[in-house]
Design a protein around this ligand. Structure first.
Ligand code: ADP
Length: 517
């Protein structure tokens, strides 16, 4: 897997994690809000149901307080209450004097009579009309409301209402799926519940609600909780959508980034090429300065010849019987010499010119001859012989002539620097052209000291030099100029002593050359 794909995948995974976390957080807040709203509604409903018990007790007490004190009416009311409110399990009327005794009950069997009497006995501590909630003495899932009857009733007494706590709420109708509830009486005993209390599974937090009922007589504690499902917080559809959206986002972002990187690289390449062209130009100007004395020497020869021939021509013209033919010969020679001087200067001007590289079909033999013309004077002054060994097949390549002339020129200058201090018989440089393995080539060899093997791999590195005043940029520039036209340059030592630098360039095939001509 390449680095770019791995990076995009990592970015996508990170985005997914963040997006999934955000969706889960939003859904959790939504689930909590709806749970709390539902729990508050339930609390209100259950509180209202509890309040109804007080109302029933009050009406039952009122029946007993009536002058007739009719148990028939009492039974009718109590039966109606029981019929309409299945959660009210039983209603007992208990006289407290001389000892607690059930005087009326709605129970079929009076099996828990002692328990009811015990509960009723607590009413003796209550003030008239007061109601309290009592835990079931037998541990049933119920609680009891004990109301002390008002003193207006001739005989002191109490009413006991038994509530089936589990029916205070209809789990099917009142509770949403996954909800758990419990009711605890004031002693903390659980009097009703549904299912197993969910416990937090460590990943998702538990939604919980806990509040006492609003009824003054029945301060039962209502507990509701729910454990949100993973699929509720992270619906599969949302995950698929997120994966698709983040995937598209990452693909778009990597596309934009790639475009920007490509644009930046193109800018850098352009500025590198401009920089390289400037460097090449600066170095050419610099070497022309060094060559100045050689060039002056080169020009002196045709100029001196022009001068002496012109003087001779003048003499001929001034003679009493001027020979027209001889004068024409002299002028002819002058024209040739002046052209040669002009050629030297135009080659120099072309070499120093700063026009950008323009590849064109170039004869390597001509290119080498041009360089030879330029450096000949300088080399002669330093007692160095330049030999040309040009391939008669005249190899050509698609290159910028000035750039590759500069390369050959650099190689000749380096060779000259290497052999200058040596005895005369070794002060020879050979520039050869050749065709080899389908490539065109130029080789510059000398009989100098050669290159220490340790230096060979570093030769083309920028700033590598062994010369006290060297810059070490010549060979690295040569390499770049050659590579710009699809070529290569290598250095080696020759067995007889000395170094050779070989340039390989794409060869223009014979057929193409003919077509171009
Ligand atoms: P500079 O000429 O400024 O040193 P170059 O990059 O042209 O920079 O050359 C780098 C080094 O390569 C030279 O300092 C020299 O040590 C070595 N070198 C180049 N040509 C030759 C050669 N013909 N013979 C021996 N050493 C050479």
């Amino acid at each position: 897997m390449n680095r770019r794909v791995a990076g995009a995948l990592a970015a996508w995974a990170t985005l997914m994690v963040v997006a999934v976390a955000a969706v889960a957080a939003v859904n959790f807040v939504r689930a909590r809000n709806s749970f709390e709203a539902e729990a508050r509604t339930l609390h209100r409903v259950v509180s209202q149901r509890a309040d109804q018990h007080d109302a029933h007790l009050t009406s039952l007490a009122a029946v007993l307080a009536s002058p007739e004190r009719s148990f028939t009416t009492f039974r009718a009311v109590a039966d109606a209450v029981l019929r309409f409110y299945p959660r009210i399990a039983a209603i007992d009327a208990v006289s407290l004097v001389p000892v607690p005794d059930v005087v009326f009950t709605t129970r079929e069997l009076q099996s828990n009579r002692p328990g009811i009497l015990e509960l009723a006995a607590t009413a003796t501590t209550l003030s008239a009309g007061q109601t309290i909630v009592m835990t079931d003495p037998n541990g049933a899932a119920a609680y009891h409301l004990v109301k002390r009857l008002p003193e207006t009733i001739s005989q002191a007494g109490a009413l006991v209402m038994t509530i089936d706590a589990g029916r205070l709420m209809d789990p099917e109708a009142d509770l949403s799926a996954g909800m758990w509830f419990a009711l605890r009486d004031p002693s903390g005993r659980e009097v009703a519940h549904r299912g197993q209390s969910p416990s937090p599974d460590g990943v998702l937090p538990l939604l919980a609600f806990e509040k006492e009922l609003g009824s003054r007589s029945q301060p039962l504690l209502l507990q509701i909780s729910r454990s949100p499902a993973v699929s509720e917080l992270l619906p599969p559809i949302a995950i698929v959508l997120l994966a698709a959206l983040t995937g598209i986002g990452v693909i778009l972002a990597s596309f934009v980034l790639r475009e920007r990187r490509a644009a930046r690289e193109a800018r850098e390449r352009a500025s590198f090429h401009e920089h390289q062209a400037r460097l090449a130009h600066a170095m050419r100007v610099n070497t022309v300065g060094e060559m100045a004395s050689g060039i002056a020497h080169e020009l002196t020869q045709p100029l001196t010849a022009i001068l002496s021939r012109s003087q001779a021509g003048l003499r001929l013209a001034r003679s009493s019987s001027p020979d027209r033919g001889e004068i024409i010969d002299v002028l002819d020679a002058n024209v040739r010499l002046a052209k040669r001087a002009g050629d030297i200067l135009s080659r120099l001007r072309a070499y120093v010119s700063n026009s950008g590289p323009a590849p064109e079909r170039t004869s390597l033999n001509r290119l080498v001859r041009n360089v030879a013309e330029l450096v000949q004077g300088d080399l002669a002054r330093r007692g160095i012989v330049l030999k040309l060994d040009l391939d008669p097949r005249d190899p050509s390549s698609m290159i910028d002539r000035v750039s590759i002339e500069q390369v050959v020129h650099n190689l000749v200058r380096n060779a000259a620097d290497a052999i200058e201090p040596l005895p005369e018989d070794r002060r020879t440089i050979t520039v050869a052209t050749f065709v080899e393995g389908g490539l065109a080539g130029v080789a510059v060899s000398d009989r100098g000291p050669g290159i220490p093997p340790a230096d060979l791999p570093r030769l083309f590195e920028p700033f590598f030099t062994t010369k006290p005043d060297g810059m070490g940029l010549g060979l690295s520039l040569c390499e770049r100029l050659v590579e710009a036209f699809g070529g290569r340059i290598v250095a080696a030592n020759v067995p007889e002593g000395g170094a050779v630098f070989i340039i390989h360039l794409p060869l223009i095939a014979e057929g193409r050359r003919e077509a171009a001509e």
